[in-house]
Design a binder for this molecule. Structure first.
Ligand code: UDP
Length: 242
């Protein structure tokens, strides 16, 4: 039985990182496709303006809070989510869990060469997962069927889709009938992070809910997008007061 917390119409699973890893592991034993999404405050705010995105997030089998903003929202709305489960960390923990195991990953997304570089970095860290296919994320929709055939014919178990939000959520949802995989996870810029192209915030920022500040410093062009963070908290407070 899932325990979720309703955050502005999106059910977010109240799980720890370890529980999230176990849930994904349990999906591998079932004969159906599962969606895992990792919304942060920006995506939750985008879902307030985009009903299709809200429905897609709500249809997922596992939704984990990627950022401190979503956990803060649960502190206001109650019940409080157990912890932040960042998509980047969840993906890494799955790699550790399935290193040297018979679980097939497919990497879809990122600029050409980035996901290959990410795979190389994993090998350098002795993380030895089965990567059965890699495709960059810059393709037109007329290539969808060819990509899906490649995914299906490579016996993929876990498809990691890093096309950025909400593109990745919509791509997974719209193609779910054709995909023959056990788990699809929207991983945002995870391949960039693993490849070392985008530096992750130092632990001080992550541990104090300030990863957004570090990201803003590194990528100031995200400023307008990041205004959604305070807006999200204001909408949450307004909901609480109502
Ligand atoms: N990306 C992609 N195809 C696109 C647009 C973006 O593969 O058409 C990739 C981009 O190269 C980057 C990721 O999607 O690796 C987006 O990263 P970001 O950190 O912006 O993710 P978000 O915060 O939007 O989830």
């Amino acid at each position: 039985m899932r325990t979720t917390v309703d955050i502005l119409g999106v059910p977010v699973d109240n799980v720890t990182m370890n529980e999230a890893v176990e849930i994904v592991e349990s999906f591998l034993e079932k004969n159906k496709i599962h969606f895992v999404f990792t919304p942060n405050a920006e995506i939750m705010m985008a879902a307030q303006r985009d009903d299709q995105l809200k429905n897609i997030l709500s249809s997922a089998d596992l939704v984990v809070p990627d950022g401190a903003g979503v956990v803060l929202a649960s502190k206001i709305l109650k019940p409080v989510l157990k912890e932040k489960v960042a998509g980047f960390d969840l993906t890494h923990n799955l790699f550790y869990k399935f290193s040297n195991k018979n679980v097939n990953f497919f990497f879809l997304g990122g600029k050409p060469g980035v996901a290959e570089q990410a795979r190389q970095k994993l090998l350098e860290k002795n993380i030895n997962i089965n990567v059965v296919g890699i495709r960059d994320g810059y393709f037109s929709s007329d290539k969808d069927d060819e990509i899906i055939n490649q995914i299906n014919s490579s016996c993929t178990d876990i498809l990691l889709v890093g096309l950025g939000a909400p593109k990745q959520e919509k791509w997974i949802y719209n193609n779910s009938n054709k995909l023959n995989v056990k788990v699809c996870i929207g991983v945002g810029g995870t391949f960039d992070g693993i490849a070392g192209i985008v530096k992750r915030a130092p632990s001080f920022f992550c541990n104090n809910g300030l990863e957004w500040l570090y990201r803003l410093y590194k990528e100031p062009r995200r400023f307008v997008r990041m205004l959604d963070l305070p807006k999200f908290i204001l909408v949450v407070i307004a909901k609480k007061l109502r």
